[in-house]
Write a new protein. Structure first.
Length: 164
């Protein structure tokens, strides 16, 4: 089963990202949209493992790493989908590649690799930290977004199953 180590915003901040996603993209042809039923997050490492192992991995990793991190948003971006995502664009908040974030990311990758579990997201030079708001099809005209979406925020280390 796929799981991820991720950074998760406070409930108040999560609401801000969910509201922005709904406001900007709910009228678009989207099959992936942040909502009250989803958790905004910044993926550190996605991996496959048996469900019976997941909780112990999380407990072990939690003890090795810092519990939270200030996140600095850099831009609002659209990333063209490839392979099974061809024809779609991911609407995202790009994250600055600050040293503390990259250190935590590398710690997560090293931890999962030492466990000999398969990593299923882009990593190494391909790691691009971001918070996904939606997956949409074009054409699309974007409205102005509030500057508060790009405020520096404190995110807490978390663990969750990956959703398709």
């Amino acid at each position: 089963m796929p799981y991820m180590l991720a950074l998760i915003p406070t409930p108040e901040s999560a609401e801000k990202y969910i509201q922005a996603a709904q406001e900007f993209f709910s009228s678009q042809n989207s099959d992936h949209l942040l909502s009250k039923e989803s958790t905004p997050h910044i993926t550190l490492c996605q991996f496959e493992c048996e469900q019976s192992l997941a909780a112990s991995l999380w407990e072990e990793f939690k003890k090795l790493s810092q519990p939270s991190l200030m996140i600095r948003f850099a831009a609002f971006s659209f990333v063209k989908g490839i392979a099974e995502h061809e024809g779609y664009y991911w609407a995202e908040l790009s994250i600055a590649r600050d040293t503390p974030l990259l250190n935590l990311y590398q710690q997560a990758v090293d931890f999962i690799q030492k466990k000999k579990l398969p990593i299923i997201n882009d990593y190494g030079d391909y790691y691009r930290p971001h918070l996904t708001l939606a997956r949409i099809q074009l054409p699309y005209t974007i409205n102005a977004w509030p500057n508060s979406l790009l405020d520096t925020e404190n995110f807490t280390l978390g663990f969750m199953p990956c959703l398709s």
